[in-house]
Write a protein that binds this ligand. Sequence first.
Ligand code: FAD
Length: 287
Amino acid sequence: MSRPTISFEFFPPKNLAGSFRLWDTLNVLAPYAPDFVSVTYGAGGTTRQLTHDAVTTIHKTSGLKVAAHLTCVDATKTETLEIAQTYADAGVTDIVALRGDAPKGQAFAPTPDGFQSSLELIAALRDTGNFTIRVGAYPDPHPEATSYQQNIDFLKAKFDAGADAAITQFFFEADTFFRFRDDCAKAGITQPILPGILPIENWKSARNFATRCGADIPAWMDETYTAAIRDGREDLLSTAIATELCTDLRDGGVDHLHFYTLNKPELTRDICTALGVTPQIELSEVA
Ligand code: FAD
């Protein structure tokens, strides 16, 4: 089987220690030659400048293709498009365009004069002609979707508005992704849908987040993690579970894997190694 293409999500550092951690993460994972890396935008638009600084620094120093996440929260249309323009000016050509959430899990409230939905943001970015636009997709339907089909129809609307590809929220079973992928195809979606893989650093937090996202949590995961945490082998279990998930996805025809690294490279590195994805280049060669 051919080598899958891969990509990595990072979050922007909030302090000096976080900057070192991101740099370490980049040093460990850049040699795996990702197609692109992406940098998140804090809930509620809280990391606007930090995201910008992280994106442009990675772009300049590593030579990797960097996708900047951008949301509609707490900014007017003009302000949001100004941020996008600073990316275009810096040579950053990839954006992950999202509606976003308010901080602390509150419901999204559009800003007066701001983009009212991801569809408006995507269309405006498309009109600039400057960007490859990726968007969020939800194999376990988004909590605000009114039905399973509406969740898919809304993704189709995002492609119709100008998106080039979608990255999914994480999920726990390959069948969840396959069902979604096949139903998207039936709805006329032809663009790539990249599965998002969460290497589970901490089951309790991953479980809480999955519950908030409305993800299906298989019963066996609770039992397996309880025993693994008791025996101090949570990381080994997480590596095994994510490797098996990725293998199942590969067997089902998936050729790109997007990893949510949480700026902790070890699990992602170990999963890549277990999948036979080995380092291709040194960071210094990329720059
Ligand atoms: P949308 O797809 O626009 O909306 C979600 C769902 O709500 C839709 O599927 C649809 O069913 C319903 N809906 C929304 N608007 C309408 C409408 N006008 N009419 C009818 N139905 C509607 N959050 C951050 O804050 N920062 C990040 O950097 C970030 N990165 C992410 C990366 C990925 C790959 C993913 C999958 C999510 C990310 N998120 C991030 C989380 C995201 O902001 C939340 O999931 C948010 O609730 C939805 O954003 P969206 O653009 O995917 O929403």
